[in-house]
Write a protein that binds this ligand. Structure first.
Ligand code: PLP
Length: 406
């Protein structure tokens, strides 16, 4: 395969680290990804040469900083193929984006007798904000189940869609099962009933090419840190006509047009939704991260990660008593699993001593664990900088776990 992973790894300083005396194997990319030098350099250069608050000053640095921030917005627009930069709102991350939308949308459109549809495989970030707003507004939350392979039951979704539904909020890719959901079809069906759809793209952005217009998504949320960018920056995309009608989520500096004690008017899109001093340095880092991904190419990333998924699945299945949770036909390179009779924390701790970082626990998807009647799993989530050699080390590590715990 034409994929020079060793060359790519050289861009990621953290990957040359040792943990407990072993070269690190980082398989916790679903939680957060490591950063390439290019992103680290953007952030460093910004602090050293450009740092000034955006949109506020006429001085040189402030204008330059504003320009970099708005260029980052344009970069995101292009990356997700939004129609206009007015549709790209910077937030603190996926959680920030979904909370903002749930609050604003709820204020405007939810009330007694209305319903919100989510799915059983959502991250808590796409459950709790909707639960909170439903409680506040007297609306009901409806949940689409998934089957034993970890695929959404589309027939149930169709049954739940009704004239009471006001919005559908669905993850494009499950962080604990790896399932790639048919979001385009979900959006098509929802639109037939004139219902808008929020797509949680937190796990999709590092693995898939995103075209919000092709998807016809009404809202799309993602985090920079899961796509090789800095922490504390994210995006809420929304169709301009829908955002225009929504009230702001937070009040403060920069989001206003005119403030008086009698009445305040709000700024235009997208600034109406960006209160306070935004994370402009994070936005610049995110733009560099998106360039970095584009430089490798999402088609090549997909192909290589598919190879990693197949190799790892084949290897893990040879470990006795190991069960994989999430066997959807369409999956990203994330594998959740358990070894019978062994607590995931015990296994995770042994792997850690061998320098292997996997995630253990519920992965902020307690309903997924409830579905399988388990308390948690181990999760290996792989990125394009991982190697088959590292999978071999995980495989050997799991044999060691088996030896130790019987
Ligand atoms: N949605 C999904 C599917 C996720 O995997 C995550 C994080 O793991 C989130 C939302 C929340 O992302 P963040 O913590 O970056 O806001």
């Amino acid at each position: 395969m034409d994929f020079d992973v060793e060359k790519i790894r050289q861009d990621f300083p953290l990957l040359s680290q040792k943990v407990h005396g072993h070269p690190i194997v980082y398989f916790d990319n679903g939680a957060t990804t490591q950063k390439p030098r290019q992103v680290i350099e953007t952030v460093r250069r910004y602090y050293e040469e450009e740092n000034a608050s955006i949109h506020r000053g006429v001085h040189f640095l402030s204008e330059r900083s504003t320009e970099t921030y708005e260029k980052a917005r344009e970069k995101v627009r292009k990356y997700i193929n939004a129609a206009s930069t007015n549709e790209v709102i910077f937030t603190s991350g996926t959680t920030g984006s979904i909370n903002a939308l749930a609050f604003s949308f709820g204020e405007k459109h939810l009330g007694p007798g209305t319903e919100v549809i989510i799915t059983e495989m959502e991250h808590h970030s796409n459950i709790v904000p909707w639960q909170m707003v439903c409680e506040r507004k007297g609306a009901k939350l409806k949940v689409v189940p998934f089957n034993e392979k970890g695929e959404l039951v589309m027939a149930e979704f169709k049954k739940l869609l009704s004239d009471k539904t006001r919005i559908v909020a669905v993850t494009q890719i499950s962080n604990s099962l790896g399932t790639i959901n048919p979001v385009k079809e979900i959006i098509r069906l929802a639109h037939k009933s004139e219902v808008p759809v929020l797509v949680d793209g937190a796990q999709a952005i590092p693995h898939e090419s995103i075209d919000v217009r092709d998807l016809d998504a009404d809202f799309y949320a993602f985090s920079g840190h899961k796509a090789y960018g800095p922490n504390g920056i994210g995006v809420l995309y929304g169709k301009e006509k829908l955002l225009y009608d929504l009230p702001p989520y937070q009040g403060g500096g920069d989001m206003v047009d005119c403030v008086s004690f009698e009445k305040t008017t709000y700024d235009q899109l997208p600034f109406k939704f960006e209160a306070g001093t935004m994370n402009y340095i994070g936005a610049a880092g995110l733009a560099t991260a998106l360039d970095y991904i584009s430089g490798i190419g999402l088609d090549r990333i997909r192909e290589y990660e598919k190879y990693l998924l197949e190799y790892a699945t084949m290897k893990l299945m040879t470990v006795s008593g190991l069960e994989i949770y999430g066997n959807a036909a369409e999956k990203i390179s994330t594998i959740s699993f358990l070894m019978d009779g062994i607590h995931p924390y015990d296994a995770g701790m042994v792997l850690d001593k061998l320098g292997i970082a996997v995630r253990t626990g519920t992965h902020c998807t307690q309903p997924v664990m409830d579905h399988f009647k388990i308390t948690g799993t181990l999760r290996a989530s792989m990125a394009f900088y991982n190697t088959t050699g590292e999978i071999d080390r995980l495989h050997a590590g799991l044999h060691r776990v088996r030896e130790m715990f019987g």
